[in-house]
Design a protein around this ligand. Structure first.
Ligand SMILES: [Fe+2]
Length: 191
């Protein structure tokens, strides 16, 4: 058997419930409220007002028990709730992988998309149930919920990829996603 500096975990089965947006067994659950997305939305005045009033939950991430360690392949289910802040769709914080490695997002429920930005080029890839969005190495990525119901997707990523949220705050995401009467509108991200 190949020897590893960090021993791999044992083979096992994970039950994915797409309706519940859950993994069993599961690891940690991350809850992000609007206040956790400081600096992400374009209209800071409306952002501050909504944070000081209802400060709603924008999204949650349920992780599997596979650890974020080199050579492991962790998974998570993200649920982005429907809504917007000043017309800008509810989104994840967005991140770059410090160790540039690819990732896949697999649509489970609802309609959403991935904004991707490599520092120059920008892309929007729509995700619906059954669609796989591929995030190539070196592309920062942020998900948005473009529909009227919860948007859920499964992420599978290399355990050593890491999450650099500061990169997005510094470089932007290339595009911003808005709702105009329920219709998705993409605008250039002005830094
Ligand atoms: Fe990622």
């Amino acid at each position: 058997m190949t020897s590893f500096a960090v021993p791999p975990i044992n083979p096992h089965q994970i039950f994915l419930d797409a309706n519940a947006g859950s993994l069993t067994p599961s690891g940690p659950t991350l809850i992000r409220r609007l206040s956790d997305l400081a600096g992400c939305f374009e209209n800071n005045e409306i952002f501050e007002s909504e944070v000081s009033s209802t400060n709603p939950i924008v999204y949650q991430v349920i992780s599997s028990t596979v650890p974020e360690l080199p050579r492991e392949l962790p998974q998570s289910i993200t649920t982005i709730f429907p809504g917007n802040c000043g017309g800008e769709l509810y989104m994840t914080k967005g991140h770059q992988h410090p160790d540039p490695q690819g990732e896949i997002y697999f649509g489970l429920e609802g309609i959403g998309g991935i904004i991707m930005f490599d520092g120059k080029e920008k892309k929007y890839v729509e995700i619906t149930p059954g669609k796989i969005g591929y995030i190539p190495p070196g592309w920062a990525h942020r998900s948005v919920n473009s529909g009227g119901e919860a948007y859920k997707f499964l992420a599978v990523y290399p355990g050593s990829a890491g999450h650099d949220y500061g990169w997005v705050l510094e470089n932007g995401m290339g595009l911003r996603a808005f709702s105009d009467g329920g219709k998705l509108v993409l605008k250039d991200f002005i830094i």
